[in-house]
Design a protein around this ligand. Structure first.
Ligand code: ZN
Length: 166
């Protein structure tokens, strides 16, 4: 396992649509394990394969809606698709590929995602609030879309501080 370099905005890799995963082999597992290390060391809540330079449909999302005595955990999603959305949330959003910048983005409040696990087995998973936002943000990466394209406006650091106090 290894920490990979996170590609920053301006690199064309982040504007490219990713191809589906077809081989659920050791190479995929190494990619996922490296992405986990990279995400855990970054302090972020999600990571998509194109952010480490791999144009395949693989994302990781941190489930942060856990009981107080529970631990946050990482959901691995291969070839994910959003199959249901519900409600709306508007709030600040950032990205490991756009360090230090935040924008106001409207996302669904709840989503259901269909995906495959690292062995190719299908499953569905539901996310609410931050987790729903994260699913949408990471799946956008697979289409070559950054949150800066979705933001109604970018925030200055003072605004972010007051948003965070809500
Ligand atoms: Zn991102």
């Amino acid at each position: 396992m290894a920490i990979r370099n996170i590609i920053k905005k301006g690199d064309k890799t982040l504007e490219t649509r990713c191809r589906p995963v077809t081989e659920f082999d050791r190479r995929l597992h190494t990619l996922i394990d490296d992405m986990k290390d990279t995400l855990e060391s970054s302090g972020g809540v999600g990571l998509a394969a194109p952010q480490v330079g791999v144009l395949r449909r693989v994302v990781l999302v941190m489930e942060t809606n856990v009981p107080e005595d529970g631990e946050e955990y990482i959901i691995e999603l291969i070839n994910p698709e959003i199959i249901e959305v519900d409600g709306e949330q508007n709030g600040p959003e950032g990205c490991l590929s756009v360090p230090g910048q935040y924008g106001l983005v409207t996302r669904p409040n709840r989503v259901i995602v269909k995906a495959q696990d690292r062995f190719g087995k299908g499953f569905t998973v539901e996310g609410e609030q931050l987790t729903a936002r994260c699913f949408c943000h990471e799946l956008d990466h697979l289409e070559g879309i950054l949150f800066t394209e979705r933001a109604e406006r970018m925030l200055d650091p003072d605004e972010l501080k007051s948003e965070g106090e809500d």
